[in-house]
Design a protein around this ligand. Structure first.
Ligand code: SAM
Length: 253
């Protein structure tokens, strides 16, 4: 997959892709991330990318010409049959795992990082395929949202994670993930649930599934609506709800 990030501050995006798993994904060739400096697509002495808003008011707006030119250039030199152009925007659809999964099936993403008051509306109207927000708050620019999108998408690419790790994650099956423990078996009087030390993988899977249901009921009950549950799981959730059990107890301990 190729991802082009169109920004006036490429330096902000230098770090996230040079460390850890994303760096390895780049090195393995699973993903190619290009930082595209919007100023390269200006033609004036000052390399101006922004201008004052029509109608007055504070702040500046990213001009349409360099954004159109940059995206057209990136499309023209794309090896993919089609490209998906994304605008980061607080007004966009809120990003989630299902969206990340859809984007992971694309071959070439072009992500436009807004700045200042945002981007000239004509960019949104006729250049952009999807507008994505990473949450109901306002950041100074689209670089961090773009990094969030790239991170979430990259880890879904085949070969990035062990297959099993990706399957069990929060939201993948619509539930939150079960909790994790590592050594030592007892820390400051807090013991690891014995089932995890039992070596009985059937019991461990059952415990994990129950914890996943319990966590989801406690923290994100809205997610349970769309989930196919067995009779046993439904009964377990009913039992928890009746007890009003939202403590940190572990099922099957
Ligand atoms: N004036 C805009 C408004 O009120 O909606 C906010 C502009 S914001 C300061 C500058 C840029 O940061 C936006 O154009 C967008 O690219 C990015 N941005 C800020 N918050 C975001 C969010 N929650 N999700 C995605 N992008 C965001």
């Amino acid at each position: 997959m190729r991802i082009d990030l169109v920004t006036i501050f490429p330096g902000i995006l230098d770090g996230p892709f040079r460390e850890s798993m994303i760096r390895r994904a780049v090195e393995k060739g699973l993903i190619r991330v290009n930082l595209v400096d919007l100023r390269e697509f200006t033609h004036d002495r000052h390399r101006q990318v922004d201008d004052a808003p029509y109608g007055g008011g504070t702040g500046m707006v990213l001009k349409p010409e360099p954004v159109f030119e940059a995206v057209r250039h990136l499309k023209a030199c794309s090896e993919a049959e089609k490209q998906l152009v994304i605008l980061t925007s607080p007004a966009g659809q809120t990003f989630n795992q299902a969206m990340a999964q859809k984007l992971a099936a694309e071959k070439h993403l072009i992500i436009i990082c807004g700045r200042y008051e945002g981007v000239d509306e004509r960019v949104r109207e006729s250049l952009v395929d999807r507008e994505i927000s990473i949450g109901d708050y306002v950041l100074t620019g689209g670089e961090l949202p773009a990094a969030v999108i790239v991170d979430a998408v990259a880890r879904l690419l085949p070969g990035f994670l062990a297959e099993e790790a990706a399957q069990n994650e929060s939201f993948t099956e619509g539930l939150l993930e079960h909790p994790h423990y590592t050594r030592p078996p007892v820390f400051e009087g807090m013991a690891v649930p014995p089932v995890l030390l039992s070596g009985n993988h059937g019991e461990i899977d059952r415990w994990r599934r129950r914890m996943s249901l319990k966590y989801t009921l406690e923290r994100r009950p809205d997610l349970l609506k769309g989930i196919a549950l067995t009779e046993e799981e439904r009964a377990y959730l009913e039992e928890l709800s009746k007890k009003g059990d939202s403590g940190s107890g572990n099922p099957g301990r």
